[in-house]
Design a protein around this ligand. Sequence first.
Ligand code: DX5
Ligand code: ZN
Length: 216
Amino acid sequence: MIKIAPSILSADFANLERDIRKVSDGGADYLHVDVMDGNFVPNITIGVPVVKSIRAATDMVLDVHLMIDRPVRYVEAFCKAGADIVTVHVEADTEENTRKALELIRGCGKKAGVVVKPKTPAEAVLPFLDLCSMILVMTVEPGFGGQSFMADMMPKLRTIRGYIDEKNPDCELEVDGGIAPGTCKTVIENGANVLVAGSAVYGAADIPGRIRELRG
Ligand code: DX5
Ligand code: ZN
């Protein structure tokens, strides 16, 4: 089954609880939380205290996407704050430290995953696949909501689907960036099973209807 993970980056941060309820009542599967440090990406969003408050406000599965340098420093704090899934970028540290970050997340009893930016090749996930419950393929340059979908990521998505099917079939394959009614079918055809959507969900007049539509 295709899962939908609305991104709160497109929510009203002054009314976060209300906006989380809109997607949880709307039938969403995961809540996607974008953490940005102004360094790994040119934008700053939220950190550990906000994740902790979100945890207290909802029982949704919290899918925390860390767009921060050297995430190994912070993964345990995000797990303790209540994240259920924590993903780290392969570009954000050495292979050794990235494996360490994944091990720390798993040691907290949470699901770990890696993320690849658009210019990063599919093979970059291979050193980590054994430790991953999720691989996230960016379909925009990370940093901002509301950007255009990069259809040229589809061969990479399909290649990573092949790796997962062969080496770790329980691993989920998520896509993030520009997912909307016009692009959801192509990512599903190319092997994604979790679709992040920010502007397409929060910009919809009928949120439950939009979430259903995005399932393809
Ligand atoms: C971008 C974030 C995304 C973003 C997606 O760096 O990782 O999760 O919120 O926004 P949309 O769905 O509007 O492209
Ligand atoms: Zn994201």
